[in-house]
Design a protein around this ligand. Sequence first.
Ligand code: ADP
Ligand code: ADP
Ligand code: MG
Length: 675
Amino acid sequence: MFTKILIANRGEIACRVAATARRMGIHTVAVYSEADANAKHVAVCDEAVLIGPAPAKESYLCGDKIIAVALATGAQAIHPGYGFLSENADFADACANAGLVFIGPPASAMRAMGSKSAAKSLMEKANVPLVPGYHGEEQDADFLHTQADKIGYPVLLKASAGGGGKGMRVIEHSADFKAALASCKREAISSFGDDKVLAEKYLSRPRHIEIQVFADTLGNCIYLFERDCSVQRRHQKVLEEAPAPGMPAERRAAMGEAAVAAAKAVGYVGAGTVEFIANQDGSFYFMEMNTRLQVEHPVTEMITGTDLVEWQLRVAFGEPLPKKQSELTIHGHAIEARIYAENPEKGFLPSIGTLRHMQSPQAVTFELGGTLVPAAVRIDSGVREGDAISPFYDPMIAKLIVWGADRREALARMAQALAEYQIVGLASNIAFLKRLVEGQAFASADLDTGLIERNQASLFPALQAAPDTALALASVALLLEEKTAAEAQSSNSADPWGNALGWRLNSTLGRSLAFADEFALAGDSKAYAARIAYKTDGWLFNGQPLTLTARTGNELHIKLGERAVHGTVLRDGEQFHVFTNGLHHTLHYSDPMAHAGEVEAEGGRLTAPMPGKVVAVLVNKGQDVKKGEPLVIMEAMKMEHTIAAPHDGLVEDVLYAVGDQVADGAPLLAFKAAA
Ligand code: ADP
Ligand code: ADP
Ligand code: MG
């Protein structure tokens, strides 16, 4: 076996590959960009080498630099992960020329499958069923239009070199064809450097079902059953599961055999995925082959009890496949959810920033390659609490994978695990995923690629008022914080404030805490008042007795009236993040004492709310500004963020210029509030 490999990737997949390598006693070399100097994948590998600045084009996509690092560190092979160089045939050739093993298929197989059009022509010859359409060389607009008319609308145009759901256009009517073709070609050339397109019949209510295949260098090729990845947004997978619900054994065998035929037709070696699009009646057609390990491979590992990265390493070293087709069986059901730093309510826009707090669900160890453990929750993550999701790479935080004896059990475990996930610092899709897995459509396996769109109403419900239990938890956290501050102050006997706050704690006088939910700023305001009266053993909260019964760090157990409630409360400036009963409530606290303090506390510094780029500086050094006046605009992943003056005052200095990259929390301006 190899003794040292280089992992040419980052994030969760680099960590995933490193975990198997470590278990097999193989040393690992990580490569990283300047943005990833403190990244988890750097920490979990045995060695790590800096390969360039943050943009992938200058680091993770620099095949020559990566090969040089492999040679210098004595690695014998390179694992490309997914994305980046994983489907780059020239890189595979370059590895071979440098005497390194590329842990993936032969370059010839990657080239054959790299173009969706050419792949379809090959599959036609191998008798693999295809979606009716045109995938030839001719690219004349009138000719393609005639082909589309022949196929019958709706028609789907696809960039032949496309991937990641990009470069696709659905055309409903012949009259829209020319405009759609032009825009598809524009996107194809800018994203993939190749404007070749193909046209297909656009199936209605299809399912995305893919087959995991594996081949070795000795001529063996098998399939490890299917994954259903029908739940998608913008043609990108959101939930994946194995096996596919409702799959009859004969169809599974037929799809498996078609996938193996597809792999054999291109002399495939290693792990690959043959993607099919299937009608509700079960008829299926070849869509494309992904010549790499797939993001969603863990669901296959869980139901087959295999470690696919171990298989990749063994096959790349020239060993035979660890199992024969007849030795593989399906055990239980597995579901994966991709946890993304994104905002489902805002069209799934990526969200960047620092993971100020992250508590993952309790992982239940799943023995890979060994015996199956009946209860299983697995988290494949590439980030830790305190890490940043930067604008440079895919905003995936983690993959949450659960196993159950059957689909119902796996679903319940997924809902539970999502309820335990806590993230503060950026927007995530956790609450959305929870609604999705708990919703009727997914629970009853009414699957097709339009599931999310069809269920907009239930997946994006109107804002619910925060329950009084969440408000009570936030209030207790605030009152405890004040008490701690008061105690610290009162130990300094010269400070009259200590006494003042101490008095307040023991007072029976009431006060009102003002909170508002997170959409308050968008005008859709829901404000809450918590009327607090102090008692010796606790408080009165809006007239109900409230006591703290136990506390472990940020986790509070309280009693509100007759209800015992627990939850975690994290304060981030004026925001109180309350996690209780499987939900995340963000409550803004309006501190009546804040104003005097704020100017001082900011000491004249206005900081970047997230890492990003300065796109506009609207003021000059020495300029007087009014409260609320925009000063600087930052951009991070298509989103703009305006930094406005917190008070009337003077801009003492401007610390960045347009085009500069700034780190999260970096001071942008020196600001002096007017007296
Ligand atoms: P999967 O079916 O495995 O989810 P995707 O097409 O969604 O495959 O892509 C897998 C990963 O590869 C994602 O992290 C995505 O961001 C990345 N990716 C997709 N296309 C490209 C590309 N052209 N260049 C670089 N990375 C890509
Ligand atoms: P990518 O390389 O971006 O993954 P695919 O060809 O795999 O492109 O298609 C991505 C998704 O687009 C599929 O999972 C499916 O949801 C949808 N899709 C692709 N082809 C069709 C089709 N002919 N009819 C309906 N939906 C399709
Ligand atoms: Mg695909």
